[in-house]
Design a protein around this ligand. Structure first.
Ligand SMILES: [Zn+2]
Length: 202
């Protein structure tokens, strides 16, 4: 039977990673499942091989298998090896920072077809407020295979719900055409009123 997909979407600091790790830990502890946590190598939050939540009250760190975000298919071999080692199925694959993963839609679909439950956490929008990677495409898989979509909540400093991730470079709002990756940038959740994007074309 195909697996189900639990999709965790939201802006920066909406506790996506903490929620992913909480669900992974619940499955391990209570459902006695083997859960593999995967982390694309673009992620720099934790040290090597760790997934770390920014939320200090959250689940903290958990060991993760790091993989090349440009080629998630390499992970299939790692899953097969793990299953050989433990002599049973890996019931659940949890992917953090899904927005960075190439082929995410097809990769998640493949895992579901291979009877793994799949958890994916990631940003829905990038700093330009446009769909980030293939995260939003995964909603189709929830529709097709079952599971759930959780919109993780974040709040602007004004108290309103924050739907956007404000990118700051040197403390100033980053312009629309700033490079996708830039050292020294930072992010904070903002509401529509306080989200600023200089140079946006529309
Ligand atoms: Zn605000």
């Amino acid at each position: 039977m195909p697996g189900k997909l639990e999709l965790l979407l939201g802006p920066m600091r909406s506790n996506k990673t903490a929620e992913l790790l909480r669900r992974a830990e619940m499955r391990r502890q209570y459902a006695k499942q083997c859960v593999m946590v995967l982390k694309p190598s673009d992620d720099t939050k934790g040290g090597p091989g760790m997934v770390e939540s920014r939320n200090p009250n959250g689940h903290g760190k958990m060991h993760a298998h790091e993989f090349n975000s440009a080629d998630p298919w390499e992970v299939l071999e790692v899953i097969a090896q793990r299953e050989q080692e433990i002599g049973k199925r890996v019931e659940c694959i949890a992917i953090d920072e899904g927005q960075f993963v190439s082929d995410l839609f097809l990769f998640a679909k493949h895992l579901l077809e291979a009877n793994h439950d799949v958890l994916v956490a990631g940003l829905d929008l990038d700093f330009r407020a446009m769909p980030f990677g293939e995260m939003l495409n995964l909603t189709w898989l929830v529709n097709a295979y079952g599971g759930s979509i959780t919109e993780c909540m974040a709040y602007c400093t004004c108290g309103a719900r924050a739907l956007y991730s404000q990118r700051l470079i040197g403390g100033q709002p980053a312009p629309f055409d700033s490079p996708v990756k830039m050292p020294g940038d930072s992010y904070e959740p903002r509401c529509a009123e306080h989200f600023v994007l200089p140079g946006r074309p529309h």
